[in-house]
Design a protein around this ligand. Sequence first.
Ligand code: CMP
Length: 140
Amino acid sequence: MAIQRTFSIIKPDATKRNLTGAVVAKLEEAGLRVVASKRIHMTKDQAEGFYAVHKERPFFGELVEFMISEPVVVQVLEGEDAVAKNREVMGATNPEEADAGTIRKEYALSIGENSVHGSDSLENAEIEINFFFKPEEIVG
Ligand code: CMP
């Protein structure tokens, strides 16, 4: 497996509960390295653009409002097989279905307020990284 980069968001429910460090610890314990990180308050335009693929879903409005409700931490993670590894340590979208020890099992409140986002493919990782980061902001 190759070294990859993936994109991660620590979502408002986690930043609000002061869980940023706890989430990063889980990512680092899984062998992922944070090579870029910034805390931002997403604009509505950013949230709608980032989640455009979900715009026909019934939960789209709720998702956008949630993502702009509090600050988030956007990150680039690097490591062996990083896309899959990040999804493994995040756990299933719905925390009730997430495996023990995963971020969502331990910290998520619901399917909507699920503490973290992670890219679902290498192709989307590149798109999502470029959505929030300039190349010079990533320091590997
Ligand atoms: P994420 O990985 O960020 O990608 C899309 C998000 O939509 C997902 O995590 C959830 O937070 C959210 N989502 C998915 N299904 C639902 C749902 N049924 N109700 C509310 N939010 C949802």
